[in-house]
Design a protein around this ligand. Sequence first.
Ligand SMILES: [Mn+2]
Length: 239
Amino acid sequence: MKKPVIGILASKYETGPWQLLQHGLGDHYVRSIEEAGGLAIILPHGTDEELITAYVDQCDGILVPGGIDVDPVLFHEERHPLCGESDMAYDLFQISVIQKTLAAGKPLFGICRGLQVINVAFGGTLYQDLSLACENPLKHRQDDYRNIATHHVHILDDSMLQMLLGEDIQVNSFHHQVIHDLGYGLKATAYADDGLIEAIESDIYPNLLAVQWHPENFIMNKEDIMLPFFVKLVALASH
Ligand SMILES: [Mn+2]
């Protein structure tokens, strides 16, 4: 049987003495998709809408990975001093991919920044820094290594996520922003103990799932408790 092709959106950065533009992708994303039975392809960033459509057409599912902050202009806010690096053109590229993926009825999964940019694509907003979200946020930017789980997440009943991972799990955490207002048609399906949103799904788009943590890093562990997340994406992409 043909393996489902999962397009993972490349990160955008410049490197080397000539500051040449790169299309980047972490190994853990690729290995997690492969371990789940899919084929991972890097989906290059760009601005040509016809090309973006053609790339999305090549994929059976899309994974929006972690990365830099989203430009607050896209959710109608002034930039806060604690907001990190952002790239408007890159944000618009990802939002275009998100819209084309949903319009094609293909599964769309997000991780960390992926969750945040999906929320913004649906008209939602972000707290530009966790310190603005609540009085005593948990440590969401852990010092422990990437594959170590450091905070608890409660997953709500009647969610795709609970069917995959159970009701109460421990996750890793590498974010300094978090969802403020949910985008239209989105619902929170998991929360950290400080009340911050850790996962979203949609009743309108049943093939949409995004988490605030980094399940791909658990591929380093002997027992990958986050693999069901990737298996589900590959399964949805095989339909
Ligand atoms: Mn967290």
